[in-house]
Design a protein around this ligand. Sequence first.
Ligand code: G3P
Ligand code: MG
Length: 250
Amino acid sequence: MRHFPDLHIIPRVIAHRGANRFAPENTLAAFLKAKQLGFHWVEFDVMLSADHELVVIHDEELKRTTNGHGQVIDWSYSSLKELDAGSWFDSQFSGEKISTLQTVLDFLYEHGLSANIEIKALQNCNALVASKVLDVLHQNTGRFISPPLISSFSQEVLQIIRRNNPHYLLSFLMHEWIADWEMICNELQSVAVGVNHHILDQKRVQAIKTTDRQVLAYTVNNKKRAAQLFAWGVDAIFSDCSQEIINLVG
Ligand code: G3P
Ligand code: MG
């Protein structure tokens, strides 16, 4: 049997984009709320700005979660940081900003939270975004509560990370089922597979489990569905922190 680094540090529920039912997603307020609700791990998304800063935001477009417009990749970080990333959610969060990856890692370390860093690949920037993340990970050696999990839908991004570091914990993401997932994960030496829960069934969960990897399912907010996934062998779910999932975290 293959041996992968231990990922048993991952709890049953990971706060998806922070506790985004209570605070604007991917902001420090959402990560703080996750901590207050009893979560130990948060997932968040990173992508490049025009001047190659790593910023924590989900959408390539600014308009849903900020008062900006256009594409993140067209804005310098000095402009992005002036945007309001909280008011769209609630006026009480009007001071929230788009943070850099470094700012988020500092915040998580200070608050005792562990990180799942999801790398968003866009516009042929795979090599650049991967090398920037590698730089930040290297600079933060020893400043993680537990080893971070690095995930992406981009095989190429994860390949670059793996080529540069044999130790990082990688998770390959699948929104649609990919027939070659096992070959890809073997090549990446990934410790986990993150799967859209709508495409999971018991057989698929077991197929992944037999390769000695963890199955992480996103995005689950319903407790009956969570119970079914766990019964199938899913190791952890990403949740927006709905009340019924918070009750499970206890
Ligand atoms: O990593 C799980 C999940 O975050 C992937 O989808 O679109 O919410 O980043 P998305
Ligand atoms: Mg994500």
